[in-house]
Design a protein around this ligand. Structure first.
Ligand SMILES: Nc1ncnc2c1ncn2[C@@H]1O[C@H](COP(=O)(O)OP(=O)(O)OP(=O)(O)O)[C@@H](O)[C@H]1O
Ligand SMILES: [Mg+2]
Length: 256
């Protein structure tokens, strides 16, 4: 929400439209993410949440529209410039996307190691300090992603995203498949990153409890567009049938 707390726009999406052949996935999407704000994106499976995120980071190119990060137009930006902008972003993908051939600690410090001269010892130390915050222990550092569980891989991907304390965090389903205790640990971490480090976050999630814990603002994507926008409190009280259905079917206890 724009108020005196939020005066700097970090990400601005205007009239974004994306289709794959005849399948119009996103049609005229408009929203802003402000500095210090945590935005949650909800919507049914297949509604286009991941496609939206992939457009923001330039993995997909919109058919129409504009995406600005810190005022810089990202659509059709020169690849080398785009890569520089992306260095300031911490991103997790829905399906992890860790580098199989690298040990977990190398995955975590990947970006930092390429840009700063860090000794292996210091890099491992840094990786260790991050995984401790995620409830993982040191033994996993020298294992490969294939040697740890799916939930652990998820946390290594989150560790990789937050390594170096990026100011913009984009998470696609960071807590899905995790036990509730680990899930709320991740939520706290997102909240801390936004509130104490002054960052901004977009989190795609199906977990309504998580939305209530982390978000300042919620967007519902439905029928190719943003069909509802509000705070988590407004969401819980909303009479919008889609929102009601969504809450009821995902977490009945939250439905008051
Ligand atoms: N590269 C692609 N080529 C063609 N169609 C695609 C591509 N990526 C996504 N789609 C289509 O776009 C639509 C939205 O997909 P998307 O992955 O964004 O859904 P989602 O909202 O993230 O769903 P979920 O909650 O299941 O992750 C789907 O119909 C999907 O088949
Ligand atoms: Mg998705």
């Amino acid at each position: 929400m724009k108020n005196k707390l939020y005066n700097k726009t970090i990400i601005e999406v205007k009239n974004l439209t994306k289709s794959f052949n005849d399948n119009i996935v996103l049609n005229n999407i408009n929203f802003e993410l402000f500095e210090g704000e945590s935005l949650a994106i909800i919507g049914e499976s297949g509604s286009g949440k991941s496609v939206l995120l992939k457009n923001i980071i330039g993995l997909l190119t919109p058919d129409k529209g504009s995406i600005k990060i810190n005022g810089l137009e990202m659509v059709n930006l020169k690849r080398s410039v785009k890569e520089k902008v992306l260095l300031d972003l911490g991103i997790t993908f829905q399906h992890g996307a860790l580098f199989d051939s690298l040990q977990n600690w190398e995955n975590i410090v990947f970006k930092i190691r390429n840009n700063e001269k860090l000794s292996n010892k210091d890099a491992k130390k840094l990786a260790l300090s991050i995984i401790k915050r995620l409830g993982l222990n040191s033994e996993i550092l020298t294992l490969y992603p294939s040697e740890i569980s799916g939930g652990m891989q998820k946390r290594v991907a989150i560790a990789r995203a937050i390594c170096g304390d990026p100011k913009i965090l984009l998470f696609d389903e960071p807590t899905s498949g995790l036990d509730p205790v680990t899930g709320s640990l991740i939520d706290k971490l997102i909240k801390t990153a936004v509130k104490t480090v002054g960052g901004s976050a977009i989190t795609i999630t199906h977990d309504m409890a998580s939305v209530c814990r982390i978000a300042d603002k919620v967007i519902l994507i439905d029928r190719q567009t943003i069909s509802w926008l509000g705070t988590p409190n407004e969401m819980l009280k909303s009479n919008n049938p889609k929102i009601k259905d969504f809450i009821k079917s995902t977490n009945p206890k939250l439905f008051v």
